[in-house]
Write a protein of this length. Sequence first.
Length: 300
Amino acid sequence: MRFSYNLNSESKEPDQNYSVYFQPNFGFIPYQKNLPPTPYQLVQRSGDDKPSEEVTRSFTALTTQKMIDEKVTNIEEIKLKGEIRSKTKKLNNELSSLLFRSAREEVFDFVNDPKAITSTGIMQWLQGRVSSLRIDSKNGTYIPYLYNEPIQIYLDEMPVSPGQVSNMSSSEIALVKVIKGFFAGASGGGNGAIAIYTRRGSSSGKIIDRSQPSQLRQITLSGYDKEAPFESPIYDNEGFKKISKDTRSVLYWSPNQEVQPQESTPIQFYNNDDAKKYRIIIMGYDKTNETPLYYNEVLP
């Protein structure tokens, strides 16, 4: 996350004689009440105590996973770059603020995609192009509904009535995005919105470049660490045959498992050395109506 800041001053020249530091709040807050009652008692450990079976199993599993990670060699990630998509992403970043960005948004580029140009009004053009979005006509005004609920329309991130944009031509528009669900810029609800951004500058689609140097000072805060890939052993490989005992508790994990209607989806993995039952957890969404799906069962 990037912050831009400056000090309020009557002088037109920015004052550079200051710094701002962001520090995480890691302060310890002691527990003020008595601990809840428990049948267990704390006792002093003797020097010849041996770890419990559960601790020994966990330690063995960590050692095994370390060996697996060292044996697996990941090839460099292949990156496919689409020119129109990259231009659309850049246009979206230049026109929309952080408040109007969401992971659940569909973006339509009227500057870089010639197929998006249309002679019809923008609301009519959106009809049928976004799942769960319905456009109804009432007295010549087109009203948008998402999941059968009316949603707000924004023009350059300012709320407007449907009548103000119903017959708006694509020649006036640079970009349109349909946001599903809650987003930070929502006013009075989080059902979603249609955000329309007009062209700024010449008719060729040039826009205001917000990436130009600014007199504001900036600081960047790091976010979450990049997730580590899940590595599974391939025992056909000679390197994995040196593992004496496999006690892994997670045998298979995939963050993006695609399925096809009316077709089975095969999943392959190597078992550990002592599994007697399997717990299968599946979480996802239905593509047709975005209903969350959850499955959690233990199989013998």
